[in-house]
Design a protein around this ligand. Structure first.
Ligand code: NOJ
Length: 544
């Protein structure tokens, strides 16, 4: 890489832990920090460099912790500050950094700032939130909140509305207020001093909202705010920062992830994730993935950000359905399909993220209506009922898109509750844990887990994974996703059959002088079998 030292996160693999569903150490049915500590060896064995921990701060848990009432304390559900210090230290011993999930667009309505803010219009904290005058029953405008209902909530004592883009218990913080921003920076410094390795910034593109113009994302002052945050709170330490930005385009991503370090390390962009959403029914159903567009979108991000920004690579997180169920096959070819998706992702340029259980090929879950716990799912059920949908239709929708698909407890073993808890799990375990679990996979060289582990070690061994220039092959091929990665010395060829039937391999001749680095089938044939995926390698000097 031009001999210039690259930041550690450019060759890192990050693993997302959703703490309430990862591992329960105290038997209350809820995952916790001691549980995460008990699984650090498992994660070190996989080879990851950092853990992104979904929020564990004090919170009334209206949105599973994305409603923070104290950014400088741990919710008793998950443990204590001492547990967090121990997690940071134990992870460090294993070469793993801890990335905290900072929810800085909004707080909980139980945060002391909001409690103060509601006391009077001249309270010093009043302006920490977004208020507008009005009259009961006539909100300032018709903006909706993400979890249903209007984005404005009336406070009769103040004769004012406050703005909330998410639930009514998640009032938006007022980023126009410099004093508020300074308080947030202090919090980031405080955590950096405790030894965390970085931050994921929840809905970063909402910081610059302008409700008077009905602007939720990518507001006019957004990048000014992020640059200030970067300058005042993130410099000096080797922190990684990743912003969640559903609205990101390749152009805005070049700002967000500017290599000059003026903003963040990278953003989660969702252009590929939005492709199978049905317009107007975004949270209700999915359509078959428009595959050619999928290739075009991912390839455009690869090419446009080359040397001008940095990609984060992901298929899953705690808000999305499981990728094998969503895009592939969670039945007969589940394992091969999970490996193909892993190979496709890990061959690209950027920092790969693995969401807990993805490394096992975990699937969506067939819950009954009363198994759902997510605030989004509960609203979804209420809304669809009100619109006259049948129970079967509602279930079908939730089985496809619900966030609880990804939030089912981690499947550790065949023990009761998948070895996740000795108590009653807060969310029902997916019954397929009897066949899909970590215990069965860790020592099996053919498992999905083993495939992820191998991919991680390949990325560490060959620099071309981090710095090679990307080129899409066969853009019009309707079933094959193939690309090369090339730097001055090395070349990779990634070939993935994205579908469940056998294909001729149009790239067979290209590979005659290449070495196979990894594949999801035990042998190589001329054809590409269902979900077959391979990465080939050669040095450009001709050595294999
Ligand atoms: C994005 C988070 O990933 C999601 O889980 C949460 O509900 C919203 N932001 C609101 O914080």
């Amino acid at each position: 890489m031009n001999g210039i030292a690259q930041p550690w996160w450019k060759s890192a693999v990050i693993y997302q832990v959703y703490p309430r569903s990862f591992m329960d150490a105290n038997g209350d049915g809820m995952g916790d920090l001691p549980g995460v500590i008990s699984k650090l060896d498992y994660l070190a064995g996989l080879g990851i460099d950092a853990i992104w921990l979904s929020p564990v701060f004090r919170s009334p848990q209206d949105d599973n912790g994305y409603d923070v009432s104290d950014y400088q304390d741990i919710d008793p559900l998950f443990g204590t500050l001492e547990d967090m210090d121990r997690l940071i230290a134990e992870a460090k011993k294993r070469g793993i950094r801890i990335i905290l999930d900072m929810v800085l667009n909004h707080s909980s309505d139980e945060h002391r700032w909001f409690i103060e803010a509601k006391k009077s219009r001249d309270n010093p904290y009043h302006d920490f939130y977004v208020w507008r005058d009005g009259e009961a029953g006539t909100p300032p405008n018709d903006m909706p909140a993400s979890f249903g209902g209007p984005a404005w909530e009336w406070v009769p004592e103040l004769k004012q509305y406050y703005f909330h883009q998410y639930s009514v218990k998640q009032p938006d913080l007022n980023w126009e207020n410099p004093a508020m921003r300074q308080e947030l920076y202090k919090i980031l410094h405080w955590w950096a001093a405790r030894g965390v390795g970085g931050f994921r910034l929840d809905v970063v593109d909402h910081f610059g909202k302008d409700p008077d113009q009905k602007i939720r994302v990518a507001g006019p002052r957004l990048h000014e705010y992020i640059r200030e945050l970067s300058r005042e709170a993130l410099q000096g330490a080797e922190l990684v920062t990743v912003g969640e930005a559903w609205s990101a385009t390749t152009d805005s991503a070049k700002l967000y992830s500017n290599p000059d370090g003026s903003e963040l390390s990278m953003v989660f962009q969702f252009e590929h994730i939005k492709l199978d959403r049905v317009p107007g029914r975004e949270n209700r159903e999915l359509m078959p993935l428009p595959f050619l567009q999928f290739k075009e979108v991912l390839s455009r991000w690869q090419t446009e950000l080359y040397e001008k920004g940095w990609n984060s690579l992901f298929w899953e997180n705690h808000d999305l359905p499981r990728c094998v169920s969503r895009w592939g096959d969670d039945g007969e070819y589940r394992e091969t399909c999970a490996k193909m998706l892993a190979i496709l992702l890990f061959g690209m340029q950027g920092t790969p993220y693995i969401y807990q259980g993805q490394e096992l090929g975990m699937t969506n879950v067939d819950y009954a209506l009363d198994d759902y716990r997510d605030i989004g799912a509960l609203n979804h059920i209420r809304e669809m009922r009100a619109e006259g949908y049948s129970e079967a239709e509602i279930l079908h929708s939730l089985h496809t898109v619900s966030r609880d698909n990804a939030r089912t407890p981690m499947q550790w073993s065949t023990e009761e509750n998948a070895g996740f808890t000795k108590g009653k799990p807060w969310l029902r375990v997916n019954p397929n844990y009897r066949t899909i679990n970590a215990e069965a996979q860790v020592n099996d060289p053919d498992s999905v887990y083993a495939c992820y582990r191998a991919l991680i070690s390949l990325r560490k061994k060959y620099p071309v994974f981090a710095d090679g220039r990307y080129a899409l092959l066969l853009p019009e091929h309707k079933e094959l996703f193939a690309y090369t990665r090339t730097n001055a010395e090395e070349e990779l060829l990634v070939v993935c059959n994205f579908y469940g039937h056998t294909l001729q391999n149009p790239l067979d001749a290209e590979t005659s002088d290449m070495r196979l680095l990894i594949s999801d089938y035990p042998d190589c044939r001329e054809t590409l079998r269902p979900y077959e995926a391979r990465i080939y390698y050669r040095t450009r000097t001709g050595r294999k």
